[in-house]
Ligand binder design. Structure first.
Ligand SMILES: [Zn+2]
Length: 269
């Protein structure tokens, strides 16, 4: 369900960056806005006296998400270029896809590319996004700002100490949060071994390296188990939207496994 490229609309935004054609569908802005709305409301309370409206905060959030996901897709596209494929980028409501121009079904489950190339191409997206996060964190710390006040778990995860550093002003803090939160969470989410996320592609390649005949089946089983596990966890935490999304992923993977058994591969087109 994530595989087919969304149809073009007259409201699409088109531009080129470092030689790649980028298309942004209107649903991308809409989804980013829906995703960030409660965060914008939250920060409008935090920033009370400094008076950016919810609308301005939401706009800033959408721009940060756009930058972050564009960098993710540029990571994939650059890796494809490294392997001699020209790619274009589409940003839409589930994030983005980098589509090789020559083989349009490249992202399909049945498509074949050399395993090490596919692993590198799939990993390059999350890696680019994490690199952005690291640059932002280093930049903030060089600027003398503490990052942990705004994203506690960044601090605990990277074991950063924050002696000598001051809290960023609320406005800088919001900018840091808006850049780091989507970059780190999107990258980590995409590394889960769930098809069709990047981690699912990587897991399939690794499983296939170990077992040519059963690799795809094993990776689909891993994918179903992981998606079902994440769905249960999100359900328990009360994040119903996430629970439903991962539940649907588990189900679509289950269907793929069934079809795989029946037709022996070649699906995902
Ligand atoms: Zn990706």
């Amino acid at each position: 369900m994530f595989l087919a490229e969304p149809p073009t609309t007259q409201f699409d935004l088109h531009f080129r960056i470092i030689g790649f054609h980028v298309r942004v569908t209107p649903f991308f802005w809409l989804a980013a806005g829906v995703l960030g709305h409660s965060l914008a409301v939250h920060f409008s309370y935090v920033l009370q006296d400094q008076s950016p409206t919810i609308g301005v905060l939401l706009l800033l959030w959408i721009l940060c998400v756009f930058l972050s996901i564009l960098i993710h897709e540029l990571g994939h596209a650059l890796a494809m270029r490294y392997y001699g494929m020209n790619a274009r980028i589409v940003l839409w409501h589930f994030g983005g896809i980098a589509v090789p121009e020559s083989v349009s079904s490249f992202v399909g489950f049945g498509a074949r590319t050399k395993p090490h190339a596919q692993i590198l191409i799939s990993a390059a997206g999350p890696a680019a996004q994490l690199l952005l996060a690291i640059v932002v964190i280093i930049g903030a710390r060089l600027g003398g700002f503490r990052v942990d006040t705004w994203i506690d778990w960044v601090n605990s995860t990277f074991a950063l100490t924050s002696d000598n550093l001051v809290d960023p002003s609320p406005k800088v803090g919001v900018l840091l949060t808006f850049l780091l939160l989507p970059s780190i969470s999107w990258a980590l989410l995409n590394l889960l071994p769930i098809y069709p996320l990047d981690g699912g592609q990587i897991s399939r390649e690794i499983c296939t390296l170990f077992s040519m005949s059963n690799g795809t089946r094993i990776s689909l089983a891993v994918s179903i188990a992981t998606a079902a596990g994440v769905a249960a966890y999100q359900f328990q935490k009360g994040f119903m939207f996430n629970a439903v999304m991962f539940g649907m992923l588990a189900y679509s993977n289950y269907q793929m496994l069934q079809n795989y058994g029946r037709y022996g591969g070649g699906f995902g087109r």
